[in-house]
Design a protein around this ligand. Structure first.
Ligand code: NAD
Length: 333
């Protein structure tokens, strides 16, 4: 039923039905690394909940998935506080919605144009790396955004993560841990041959491999990383997102080279078209692209809601034509 035809009570009751279902799916996905439905099913139900809550803000509840980031800390892991939260990203599915995001951002900064850095949205899980005087001291997962899991021993086994930076910086760098497509296919083949359950997709395989109490298992899984974010940019020289990625590379991090500064929305659309076409040729999974206000001080000024930054948005691609899901999924919708 169109939302414009609903009463507040009808909207509240529909939202109350959606939340437990979505929260159950979130638990399967984030906590157990084993989703039970395809992402686009989750996304559609989530979008409906967002639309209901946007039309009727009074019906929002604190346990609504729209107010929550990620999942909970797995038993056996030490908790890590994120004084600067690790957030999710708002997502859009059309040019019109991208344009709305751009209009809103321009309204906030009272400007006519803005430069965006366009990046690939890597299908993995977020991690944060803390360095003191250039030395790796801690790695953690996003968890629920403010409390994550201490995975220092696990990340020490990932070859793309430097133990020592090229400069003695004290800095917290964030990015994505992912499993390349080839490693994912080989892992699932091995697991199938051994009669073990297979992973639904590379994202869940990466999460399941990183959130291991035995770091030796992580080591065997051929995970890799692309770093793209910082908790606080002050220790860096860069003052734009694109310069920051280059500085990360100089410091010894792996970065995704396919980023591009867009000076107009047309540039953004061209970038989307280019990578929608290239998607299946990449060695790792992407589920969309992310555009970010390029200026780091602007990012800081724009800030975030409880869940997402106001300076970035993800444009999600339609589901991959070639299904990555190798096991039966329950189509519970
Ligand atoms: P998200 O994964 O859609 O977007 C936020 C994340 O994108 C960040 O935390 C970061 O890890 C990642 N990212 C990748 N490349 C990035 C880049 N270049 N710059 C910045 N961030 C980048 O959001 P989320 O809150 O983690 O999860 C929501 C998504 O998870 C949904 O869209 C849904 O598809 C999926 N999900 C699926 C199920 C299910 O049951 N299938 C359940 C819950 C969530």
């Amino acid at each position: 039923q169109p939302i414009s035809e609903l009463s507040a009570q009808q909207a509240a009751s529909e939202a109350a039905q959606l939340r437990p279902t979505l929260n159950q799916w979130r638990q399967d996905y984030y906590d157990n690394d084993a989703p039970n439905v395809e992402d686009d099913i989750y996304d559609r139900q989530y979008a409906r909940l967002v639309a209901l809550e946007t039309a009727f803000p009074a019906i929002v509840t604190p346990d609504s998935p729209t107010q929550l980031v990620g999942g909970t800390v797995k038993a056996g892991f030490t908790k890590v506080q994120h004084p600067i939260p690790m957030l999710s990203l708002g997502d859009v599915f059309s040019q019109a919605e991208l344009q709305e995001f751009n209009d809103r951002l321009l309204g906030n900064i009272e400007a006519e144009t803005v430069d965006y850095n366009c990046e690939l949205k890597i299908d993995g899980l977020a991690l944060s790396l803390r360095y003191e005087n250039g030395q790796l001291v801690q790695g953690s997962t996003r968890g629920n955004g403010t409390v994550g899991e201490d995975i220092t021993k696990n990340i020490e086994t990932i070859k793309s993560i430097p133990h020592q930076l090229t400069k003695p910086l004290t800095v917290e760098v964030r990015g994505e841990c992912y499993m390349p497509k080839a490693a994912f296919a080989a892992l699932n083949e091995r697991r199938e041959a051994a009669g073990e359950s297979v992973f639904a997709n590379p994202r869940n395989a990466a999460a399941g491999s990183l959130r291991q109490l035995d770091p030796k298992v992580t080591e065997e899984r051929q995970l890799s990383t692309f770093m793209y974010n910082v908790a606080d940019y002050e220790p860096l020289t860069a003052r734009t997102q694109s310069e920051m990625l280059e500085e990360f590379a100089d410091l010894g991090f792996n970065i995704n080279p396919d980023f591009q500064v867009a000076h107009s929305m047309q540039d953004v659309y061209d970038y989307i078209d280019k990578y929608a076409a290239k998607r299946s040729d990449l060695a790792y999974g992407i589920d969309g692209i992310v555009i970010k206000a390029n200026s780091l001080p602007m990012q800081r000024d724009l800030g975030a809601t409880v869940k997402v930054p106001r300076w970035a948005i993800a444009f999600k691609f339609p589901p991959d034509e070639q299904p990555t899901v190798l096991r039966e999924v329950e189509w519970t919708v």
